[in-house]
Each structure stands twice: as structure tokens, then as C-alpha cells.
Design a protein around this ligand. Structure first.
Ligand code: ZN
Length: 288
């Protein structure tokens, strides 16, 4: 990497390659997610639609500063509201996701806006009038998209952060839009995931020919930042396993485990959900 994105925690529309941009929002906390843009010879594609219409419209405004081409596709990395509730602003673009991401959006749709408005009051204004849009094209293992002569691989490695995680890889640029499979400098949230498999998925990414990783939350980084996140997941997983083996309940484990070195990361309180999800896994309740 030529620039230290992490040190700068640069926000806004950031050029990463001649035709590729990250759209990074500050803070990286719940509801404040990142997105991406890839510009081809006659069209552009967007990665994720953000949480609210004002956020999506700001992103679209920035897109218009670098290209006048139509956005014809939005690739949705997973079903969490802060990545898909802005979709209506990109219509009539085609919405593409993993089949399980679509399934999860259909599942949460009936009350997702109400829950998010209550749970994140700062977003409530921006969620007013949102119409939920669903992916209209899905894939299973992997699909390849050709934007001019630029190859974009949209693929799934099983449940990590959520069941329907889709990773977007641009081999020529050694660049990965990881969605929330990557959190940089922000506590990862595993309450819908499979932490053991998430750790394995990160191992697979670390073996790929990747230099730049755009996370779902936090600054643009690379393998060093992804490894740092994996260290957190391994730490939670091992601490929870120790407590589980000692017969501690989930609530006792939450009290016993000190968040320690990760206290400075945003959303440190996600430790509780990560411990509870690890316990579900140890009890054999979670399919991969
Ligand atoms: Zn998420």
C-alpha cells in the first residue's frame, strides 16, 4: 500500500486504483458503514447502499464528482440494515447478493426499519420513508462479473459475520471489498455469525493475492488490519471456550472476560454478543 489509510482513517470517497473507490464513513460504529465504487467503460457498480437515504445520497453525490456513468448494479455484501436500507436511492440498478443474503433480507424486512429507528435514534430521521428493496439477482458459490475487461468475483465462503456474506474480489487490483467479514479498528460483531468459521474464512483471505481490503466498518487497510481483527476473534473464541469448559454460564463468562487491549476499539460492548454466539457454537447449535 502506498498510503497509510489506517493511520489517516481517511473518510469520504477515496481512490484506491484508477477505477476503484472506497466510500468510508467516520466512527465505524453500528449504522456507520462503508461502501465502494467500481467504474467501467460504460457503467459503474456500487458495493453496498449504506443505512439511510441521506447517507446514500451523499455517496451518490460523491460518485457524481468522479463519473457521470450510470450505476447499473449494486452488490450487497450482507443483510444488515446499515448495508442495504439505502438501496432505493440506486434504482433502477440491479441488486445482486448471495442467495442467503436475500433470504435474510426477506426475513428481517417486516420490522427492520422500526427496530433500527428505535435502536439507533440518530438514524431515525434518515430511515423515514425508506422502501425496502430486495436483491433481484442471486448466486450460490461464486459469480464473475466483467466490467469491461475488469474481472470482479463475488463469492461466498460460508457463514462468517452472517449466513449470506458476499466478498468482492478484483484480482487485477489485488483488492477486496470484504463487507463486515472485515472490521478495522472497530470491534467485530458476531451475533449473527459463526465465529469459528469466520476465523477460518479470514485465514482463506490471508492466503489470497490481496493487498487492499475495504472493511465494512473502519479505515481501508490490508492484511495487517485483517490479522488484527482475527486476533480479536481468536481471543474471544479461546476465552469463551475456557469459560465454557469450566462450566461458567454465558453471563458469568461476560463478567469474567476482560475486554482488555480491545477496550479502545469502537463498540467494545459487542464482546457480550460474541461470547454468547461462541457458546451457541460450542453447544452445537450453529450450522456453518
Ligand atoms: Zn454487518
Amino acid at each position: 500500500m502506498t498510503r497509510d489509510f489506517v493511520k489517516e482513517w481517511e473518510t469520504g470517497l477515496i481512490r484506491l486504483a484508477p477505477e476503484i473507490y472506497a466510500y468510508v464513513q467516520a466512527a465505524g460504529s453500528a449504522g456507520i458503514s462503508n461502501a465502494g465504487l467500481v467504474i467501467g467503460p460504460d457503467r459503474a457498480i456500487v458495493v453496498d447502499a449504506l443505512a439511510t437515504s441521506p447517507m446514500a445520497l451523499d455517496f451518490l453525490g460523491r460518485i457524481r464528482t468522479v463519473t457521470g456513468l450510470p450505476v447499473t448494479h449494486v452488490f450487497v455484501t450482507h443483510h444488515h440494515a446499515d448495508h442495504f436500507l439505502g438501496l432505493q436511492n440506486f434504482l433502477p440498478a440491479q441488486i445482486v447478493s448471495h442467495s442467503l443474503c436475500r433470504e435474510e433480507i426477506l426475513r428481517v424486512a417486516p420490522d427492520v426499519i422500526e427496530r433500527w429507528s428505535k435502536g439507533h435514534p440518530q438514524l431515525a430521521d434518515g430511515l423515514r420513508g425508506v422502501r425496502i428493496c430486495f436483491p433481484d439477482q442471486t448466486f450460490e458459490g461464486e459469480m464473475t462479473f466483467h466490467l469491461g475487461d475488469l474481472e470482479i468475483r463475488f463469492f461466498h465462503l460460508g457463514t462468517g459475520h452472517t449466513r449470506g456474506d458476499g466478498l468482492i474480489y478484483l484480482p487485477r487490483r489485488k483488492l477486496l471489498f470484504a463487507g463486515d467479514v472485515a472490521f478495522h479498528k472497530v470491534t467485530p460483531q458476531g451475533f449473527h455469525g459463526h465465529i469459528g468459521n469466520w476465523i477460518r474464512i479470514v485465514g482463506t483471505i490471508l492466503e489470497m493475492d490481496v493487498e487492499i481490503i475495504v472493511p465494512g466498518h473502519g479505515p481501508v487497510g490490508g492484511k495487517a488490519e485483517l490479522m488484527e481483527m482475527r486476533d480479536y476473534l481468536l481471543w474471544v473464541y479461546n476465552e469463551a471456550k475456557n469459560c465454557f469448559n469450566r462450566g461458567l454460564s454465558e453471563s458469568e463468562a461476560v463478567t469474567a472476560i476482560d475486554v482488555g487491549p480491545y477496550r479502545s476499539w469502537a463498540e467494545a460492548g459487542r464482546l457480550k454478543g460474541n461470547i454468547e454466539r461462541s457458546y451457541s457454537e460450542f453447544r452445537g447449535e450453529l450450522p456453518i
